[in-house]
Design a protein around this ligand. Structure first.
Ligand code: 9MR
Length: 370
């Protein structure tokens, strides 16, 4: 009998320890630091991928749509808006008390062709493009006024050397398209936070132009609340030091930083950390070395790298509004197909079986010491 009690006591203690352990969540651990978010894909938004949805509800306090709020989906034809997926996404965020981010209003990619051309296929005039931008931004931002708390107003408009990307927006309107976009967004929802979002934003040339851009906006009386620093990073690049320098430079110019689109690729990179979706490289077996899992040393390197980034984020928690992972599980990550199609990468915090990786507990631990 006595043995029975001891065994029962032990079993209960172990299971309550496990329950406690598995109750730890990123959302709780970071609640007094910054929002911790994830991008959601369509299967998650429409609820088909229940396992990921459970993870999202438990672990994250902020969400952003990975694709369904881009202009090619929201306005595939001029004046014909499609809001079903975006409505579901925003509804999910509200139901679960999340800080909802809209991504993205003006971007040269995933934008429908009609946006820039007239019925003869020629570039529209600057007046027509302004009108189309205004109509798109006003319709979308007004629909979610007060519900979507922050917008990536303009995405990826500046190159690493600090020059403006030669996109259609730039070709037709010049630099002016950026202040215009911010002005339209501000008018549609004066209380939403407004961001400029980009990748490789630690390159000194880019830092300089983005800071100049913020100054120009402010001198025109246009609000910008944050810089979204995408973090599609690898095991070696960028250095923590250069990332930190850029973060600090942005915040010294009077805005918050959002760490957006975070994932750490464990694979060799043919060139560094571009996230320009049109840059592709041919498949090569040598560049896909971990099809059956990460070797221990690479795993350790990958975990250290995540911890180094989070130590940096915690060090500057007063400057950071949000840290958002670009997806939930490894198999869903765009990195499996970029920059080389068909590889097996391990960039996110949950594995291909929807299991939480040991790194999550380690990141939670970091919050206890800072
Ligand atoms: O993760 C997104 C992927 O599913 C899409 O195919 C791709 C198309 O351009 O866009 C990806 O997300 C991008 C984000 O919207 C902006 N920064 C770069 C991201 C990775 O390409």
């Amino acid at each position: 009998m006595k043995r029975f009690y001891i065994l029962t006591f032990l079993t209960l203690s172990i299971s309550s320890f496990n329950a406690q352990k598995s109750d730890n969540s990123l959302k709780q651990a970071f609640q007094n630091k910054f929002y911790i978010g994830t991008a959601m894909n369509l299967e998650q938004i429409n609820g088909k991928d229940k396992k990921s949805v459970d993870i999202i509800k438990k672990q994250f306090s902020s969400i952003v749509a990975e694709n369904c709020m881009k202009s090619m989906y929201l306005q595939p034809q001029e004046g014909k808006f499609f809001f079903d997926d975006a409505d579901q996404f925003v509804g999910f965020g509200e139901k679960n008390n999340m800080f909802i981010i809209g991504h993205t209003l003006i971007w040269h990619s995933q934008v429908p062709n009609w946006f820039f051309i007239d019925k003869d296929g020629k570039n529209v005039s600057s007046e027509v493009l302004k009108q189309r931008m205004k109509n798109h931004i006003t319709t979308v931002v007004s629909r979610y006024k007060g519900r979507v708390k922050g917008w990536d107003v303009v995405n990826e408009a500046i190159m690493e050397d600090g020059s403006y990307r030669k996109s259609k927006f730039y070709e037709i309107l010049g630099e002016e398209f950026i202040p215009l976009a911010f002005r339209y967004a501000q008018e549609a929802d004066p209380n939403a936070e407004l961001y400029y979002n980009d990748y490789n934003e630690w390159h000194p040339g880019k830092v300089k132009t983005v800071i100049q851009l913020m100054k120009d906006l402010k001198s025109k009386g246009i609000r910008i609340d944050g810089i979204g620093m995408q973090a599609h990073v690898g095991l070696d690049t960028p250095s923590i030091d250069e990332y930190e320098k850029a973060m600090v430079a942005y915040t010294e110019s009077g805005v918050k930083v959002n760490i957006t689109e975070l994932e750490i690729s464990a694979l060799p990179s043919p060139w560094g950390t571009s996230a320009n979706v049109s840059d592709k490289v041919a498949y090569d077996e040598k560049m896909n070395p971990y099809k059956k899992g990460l070797p221990k040393d690479v795993q350790a390197q990958w975990e250290n790298r995540y911890q180094d980034f989070f130590k940096l984020f915690l060090k500057h928690q007063d400057k950071i509004r949000r840290v958002t992972l670009w997806g939930v599980t490894d198999n869903q990550s765009w990195k499996n197909d970029f920059p080389i199609k068909g590889r097996t990468d391990y960039p996110l915090l949950f594995d291909r079986q929807f299991k939480v990786k040991p790194i999550v507990e380690k990141l939670i631990k970091l919050t206890e010491t800072k």
